[in-house]
Design a protein around this ligand. Structure first.
Ligand code: C2O
Length: 551
């Protein structure tokens, strides 16, 4: 591999969408941010310089960071944030990974404007496991807020209520023609007939899982979270925040007399509040050569609109997720841990706490919203966990008693479980090197049922099972798929159900795990794993770089 250098200047930039202008935090003045392109085996050296008033930290979502946990990026987990006028160099090698990932800010809600693609191409002489596409196209989903997202979450945390939803979804930063005052801010994909396009879909939205579809075209799914999958065809993609999906689009064999909308809008199992609007982009066939059609007559052609599942179509979301399977081939094997050293059962959900001050809280029945795993709501420490761990100074920073099962009795019967009380803490689980882990996560949300896209840093995991209702530790494991389960870094804990994952703890460091709906992380739906060093030199976390930020 080679070494590739990038420079990220974090600075303010005026951006206008929906006729609202605002100064926002950007990388190099770009929104969405710059794309990083590398090959498997390359080293990336990315210097991030902070010119804004906010503290900054950048995460390379889905990169395993083998031995280089200092470059992972979640603020107060692997590093203190980069303060104003300071800089930090993220330095890591991409080992054994190729596909579509993304980078984003990992502090507060700054990833609403700080995100961009991270494309890892196969090694020079390696091929895709499908025919080489004519072209590759990025489709990044995001959210646009007219207001400052930092103010929105600060206000929500203070009042204990839910935050305001965004004003639009975006495709490549653009809301598209279905919003007021937005027709000029529409992403257009010009295509030729009879060709195959690889679309790299990235859900960088803050708070919504999405359905995506292109009118009158089918899509073939070939990769999820930078792991190849067995190809299958679908009209609609379901993609949660933190997930990436590659699809092949075959264009029609002739020039159609029309253009086609590509649209996305949310999947939300619970009653909301959520933004139920639709972002659209346009798939447009190029003007045929030697044609009498002028550009203006082509514009009059009908515009077809896709039909998306209803916002609460859990059945579609579940079926889609179940179709994803690893290639499990000789070249791309599925190394599912078969013998499990440690079993964990985590409840995952939104609950409420009593209102803490003498103010009125805006959560359910005058309470405060809070989110937890095993009834522990994660408290951000004041210094980075990885530093505390590496230098053996965890006293007063974190404790190692994260419960391996829920603290309160739990029985999910479809009505809100009565175990919503939580305690706050910075609790972690410590794993010896190479522990094989099985983790079952059970949704216990009280806000109707909600689905939670759980993201694990530092690893890919295999999704060996999922189901609805209470997880049954006797019966359900018999149905686990240990042959070709999908391997990924973010999985939806189904609304009113459970998901089982397996991974091998072969990466020393401190690894954050959290719901990728940003409001849930803000409410504490997270925890961290500490994986200890192994005996061999290549099984040890390397020492921190000299420029590691201080708190
Ligand atoms: Cu994409 Cu912890 O984040």
């Amino acid at each position: 591999g080679i070494t590739r250098h990038y420079h990220f200047d974090i600075r303010y930039q005026n951006v206008t969408r929906l006729c609202h202008s605002k100064s926002m935090v950007t990388v190099n003045g770009q929104f969405p941010g710059p794309r990083i392109v590398a090959r498997e085996g390359d080293r990336l050296i990315i210097k991030v310089v902070n010119h804004v008033q906010n503290n900054i930290s950048i995460h390379w979502h889905g990169i395993r960071q083998l031995q280089s946990g200092w470059a992972d990026g979640p603020a107060y987990v692997t590093q203190c944030p980069i303060q104003t006028d300071q800089s930090y160099v993220y330095n890591y090698t991409i080992k054994g990974q190729r596909g579509t990932l993304f980078w984003h800010a990992h502090i507060s809600w700054l990833r609403s404007t700080l995100y961009g693609p991270l494309i890892i191409l196969p090694k020079k002489n390696d091929q895709y496991p499908f025919a080489k596409p004519h072209k590759e196209v990025l489709i990044l989903f995001g959210e646009w807020f007219n207001a400052d997202p930092e103010a929105i979450i600060a206000q929500a945390l203070q009042t204990g209520g839910g935050p305001n939803v965004s004003d639009a979804y975006t495709i490549n930063g653009l809301p598209g023609p279905l919003y007021n005052c937005s027709a000029n801010d529409t992403f257009k994909l010009k295509v030729k007939p009879g060709k195959t396009y690889l679309l790299r879909l990235i859900n960088a939205a803050l708070n919504d899982e999405l359905f995506f579809s292109i009118a009158n075209h089918t899509l073939k799914v070939v990769e999820a979270d930078a792991i190849y999958v067995k190809p299958f065809e679908t009209n609609t993609i379901y993609i949660a925040p933190g997930q990436t999906t590659n699809v092949l689009l075959n264009t029609k064999s002739h020039y159609p007399n029309a253009a086609f909308l590509m649209t996305a809008r949310p999947y939300a199992a619970g009653p909301g509040p959520f933004d139920n609007t639709t972002v659209a982009a346009i798939l447009e066939y190029e003007i045929p050569p030697n044609t009498h059609h002028s550009a203006s007559s082509l514009k009059k052609h009908p515009l077809f609109k896709p039909i998306l599942p209803a916002f609460n179509d859990t059945s579609f979301a579940t079926k889609f997720s179940n179709k994803l399977r690893s290639l499990a081939s000789a070249q791309f094997p599925a190394n599912v841990p078969k013998k499990i050293d440690k079993h964990f059962f985590f409840t995952v959900g939104i609950g409420t706490n009593p209102c803490q001050s003498n103010q009125t809280c805006q959560g359910l029945n005058g309470t405060m919203f809070v989110a937890s795993m095993n009834n522990v709501s994660f408290t951000m420490p004041t210094t980075a966990l990885l530093q505390s761990h590496f230098f053996g100074q965890n006293n007063g920073i974190y404790t190692t008693d994260f419960p391996s099962k829920p603290l309160n009795p739990f029985n999910y019967t479809g009505t809100p479980p009565n175990n919503t009380m939580v305690s706050n803490g910075t609790k972690v689980v410590v794993l010896p090197f190479n522990t094989s882990v099985e983790l079952v996560m059970q949704d216990t949300s009280i806000l109707g049922a909600e689905s939670h896209p759980l993201h694990l840093h530092g690893f890919n995991f295999f999704v060996v099972g999922q189901g609805f209702g209470n997880y049954d530790s006797n019966k359900d494991p018999q149905k686990f798929n240990l042959v070709d389960p999908v391997e990924r870094n973010t999985v939806g804990v189904p609304s009113g159900g459970w998901v089982a994952i397996r991974f091998l703890a072969d990466n020393p460091g401190v690894w954050f795990m959290h719901c990728h709906l940003e409001v849930h992380t803000s409410w504490g739906l997270s925890m961290a794993w500490i994986v200890l060093d192994g005996k061999l030199p290549n099984q040890k976390l390397l020492p921190p770089p000299a420029d590691l930020p201080k708190c």
